[in-house]
Design a protein around this ligand. Structure first.
Ligand SMILES: Nc1nc2c(ncn2[C@@H]2O[C@H](COP(=O)(O)OP(=O)(O)OP(=O)(O)O)[C@@H](O)[C@H]2O)c(=O)[nH]1
Ligand SMILES: [Mg+2]
Length: 248
């Protein structure tokens, strides 16, 4: 899987209609502050595309990142470089739909001339979907309920959703809301891949014990894949890419 370009295509709030993407979607769910946006940036090989928060509750919308869209345009334009120049919004603070929708980021790496000679049609288009984090204490109950409904609706209604990753912090036993999320994902017909985030925060000798704790805490079905990951060291990123590749 090559990721040549990514753009934030659609931002959904409580009332927005879910987009008809026509391409496969892969989603990332997990508690607020667990590292969903950081992981999406690592998988996409971008430093700041998905906003990362110092405080929990950073991502409050469902954000659809469209991967390799420009590759497809390039094919349509018979190899004319179609790397649209775009701005990366620098506004701080909680992400809103308007700020976010303005960001459109061209490929940062690679030799453009060499890329143009490559058979662009081999690059698959797909979406990475950043879901709002649950379990953030400083959100009024009414808003929490709306986030829950938004995630539930997304899981129920998205025909093109082919894979759900559930992120949990490697340091902690999963909480009741993680378990509920796991059950929701399974109830909607998905077999989630679990990602144990912030693996740089524990010692290697603790890894297997923490993974066992996560499995039992979630009540994960036998055979469930649990991948340790660190956005800091990027360990685990290739394993996550392979999991995505398997459904494309
Ligand atoms: N040490 C370490 N810190 C991480 C890692 N991943 C994320 N963080 C930090 O954890 C905080 C939250 O990361 P985000 O990626 O914004 O988490 P999120 O799950 O998207 O949070 P919400 O949008 O609030 O749901 C930030 O301060 C990140 O820098 C990791 O692998 N290792
Ligand atoms: Mg986020």
């Amino acid at each position: 899987m090559k990721i040549k370009d990514v753009e934030l295509k659609t931002v959904c709030g409580y009332t927005s209609a879910l987009p008809e993407t026509g391409e496969i979607q892969v989603a990332f769910a997990g508690k607020s502050n667990v590292g969903k946006s950081s992981l999406i940036n690592a998988v996409m090989n971008r430093r700041r595309l998905a906003r990362v928060g110092e405080t929990p509750g950073k991502t409050r919308t469902i954000n659809f990142y469209y991967v390799n869209a420009l590759c497809r345009e390039k094919v349509a334009e018979s190899g004319q470089g179609a790397f649209a120049q775009a701005e990366q919004g620098a506004a701080a603070g909680t992400e809103t739909g308007d700020q976010a929708a303005e960001r459109k980021v061209p490929a940062e790496t690679g030799d453009l001339a060499a890329e143009r000679k490559m058979p662009a049609e081999t690059e698959k288009q797909f979406y990475l979907v950043d879901l709002p984090g649950y379990g953030y204490a400083n959100v009024p109950e009414a808003e929490k309920a709306k986030w829950g409904q938004m995630i539930e609706r997304y899981l129920q209604k998205s025909d093109m959703l082919k894979m759900v990753f559930l992120l949990v912090d490697i340091r902690h036993e999963p909480g009741a809301n993680d378990r509920q999320m796991y059950d929701w994902i399974v109830f909607n017909g998905y077999q989630p891949v679990i990602i144990a985030t912030k693996a740089d925060k524990i010692r290697r000798s603790q890894l297997q014990k923490q993974i066992r704790l996560i499995r039992s805490g979630l009540g994960a079905a036998a055979g469930t894949v649990v991948l340790p990951f660190s956005a800091l060291t990027k360990s685990g990123v290739e394993e996550i890419r392979s999991q995505i590749e398997a459904v494309l």
